[in-house]
Write a protein that binds this ligand. Sequence first.
Ligand code: TMP
Length: 223
Amino acid sequence: MSLLPFITFEGSEGCGKSTQVRLLTGRLEKAGVRFLITREPGGTAIGESIRELLQFAPQSASMTPETEVLLFEASRAQLVREIIRPALENENCVIADRFFDSTTVYQGVARKLDVKMIRDLNAFAVGDCMPDITFFLDIDLKTARARMKGPRRPDRMEMQPDDFYERVIEGYRELAKNEPKRFVRIEGSQSPDEIEREIWKMLASRFPAVAGNRQSAIGNRQS
Ligand code: TMP
């Protein structure tokens, strides 16, 4: 098992995950820690084709929820085996911009597919590759909507109505409540710097190896 954690970031669109992933990599670079970033759907050649199909392809307008969930899981199954697992085995810290909690919340809670079935599909896709810690950036619907209105073209998911996004936000809150060991809920209305400091403090205390203390940590593990 790697001493460097597998970290996932979750939350609704506009919650600031991507900014936090970028800020975290700055800290890791300074600490001299090797890391790898992934995004979902995508992150592999197969996954990026699936991403295009899911988000922008004209034919996706008629995609059923069942097809949608299987495509997300297919992208993830490839990412875990091609990228994430080898990186962790090679003593890298892995930072994932979304992982299986997104499927539980978007397809399970928001699309109202059977949540138990989604959990089984998630387990099939990831095997034993479980995140060590998950940061949930919690913002309200109004903030999420305001941040979705950027210059880029909206994807298929962003065209969903408000009640869909209300379920997404509530779904994440519920997951975070039910899994307090893995989830860290962060108040997303704080400034990016405040959030970054909170995340780093938590990571450095729970996983000293991320702060560059790898040598002593590795020494300890072997004793
Ligand atoms: P993002 O890269 O901007 O976060 O966009 C990914 C979109 O895909 C976002 O709308 C959430 C959605 N999504 C799901 O619905 N289910 C999933 O399992 C994943 C990974 C993403």
